[in-house]
Design a protein around this ligand. Sequence first.
Ligand code: FE
Length: 199
Amino acid sequence: MAFSLPDLPYAHDALAPAGMSKETLEYHHDIHHKAYVDNLNKLIEGTEWADKSLEDIVTGTFQKGAVAQNGIFNNASQHWNHSQFWEMMSPNSGEMPEALKKAIVDNFGSVEKFKEEFAAAGAGQFGSGWVWLVQNPDGSLAITKTENGVNPLCFGQKALLGCDVWEHSYYIDFRNKRPGYLSNFLDKLVNWDNVASRM
Ligand code: FE
């Protein structure tokens, strides 16, 4: 069954007061994310992957240790990543639920320290990729960064929070200032209830 582009969980202009413009979401969701979905559907047609779940395609086509990944993986992982990313943001960022706050303090020392480490990892990802807050199989939390479309599913980790650091994610609103985009994301855009629900 073909994959389809999910609607944004809010209006295209809903995140503008929090620093992500309507224009960014029109390009990022309607054009970039749609292209991943369309390419994925074309690439899997008539293959063993045509009837598999998105998660199975991502983990089944990931090539551990490869310098470059294959087309099916790239488009499947980016479809998964972006589908999570839209849900991880909200026009009403809200307070961090207590259970999540406690887990973050236990693992990183403080919320501030967590934000600093997350932003530094995202700023330090050379080229395109993602920065993540993940939960390991043993329950511990960690911050990771991945290149291009690679994501926590590839390593058996749960993605609690992910931030897209491809230039298409921030260039309209922040130009070349990736650190500014990351700190704005953490302070104003994250849907902390959604992050907590993933633990
Ligand atoms: Fe993106």
